[in-house]
Design a protein around this ligand. Structure first.
Ligand code: SF4
Length: 90
């Protein structure tokens, strides 16, 4: 089985920079009316405050790139097995 990661996006803290969608348009939708980004994958679990998505190794680099460009670092990635935070490093 390939390694799995969990993307945790603290949506309520989004400042609307849009960099995530610019970096990885297949993964993110930036709503110009609300100025808030959302994860596009239909498997995403969503609440008003946050979004969570389990991804596999092949998807990891794309999501990591989009997490890196977020100016407020509210896109976090965890090892789904150990629960350890992979990005951002604390
Ligand atoms: S880069 Fe960060 S702040 Fe900008 S839209 Fe995406 S999640 Fe929101």
């Amino acid at each position: 089985m390939t390694k799995q990661y969990k993307v945790v996006y603290r949506k309520s803290e989004c400042i609307g920079a849009g960099a995530c969608e610019f970096s990885f348009p297949k993964g993110w939708h930036f709503d110009k009316e609300t100025s808030i980004a959302t994860l596009k994958d239909p498997k995403t679990q969503k609440t008003d405050e946050r979004e969570e998505l389990i991804i596999n190794q092949e998807q990891y680099e794309d999501y990591l790139d989009s997490a890196r460009v977020c100016p407020v670092l509210i896109i976090e990635i965890y090892d789904n097995e150990t629960g350890e935070k992979v990005f951002p490093e604390s």
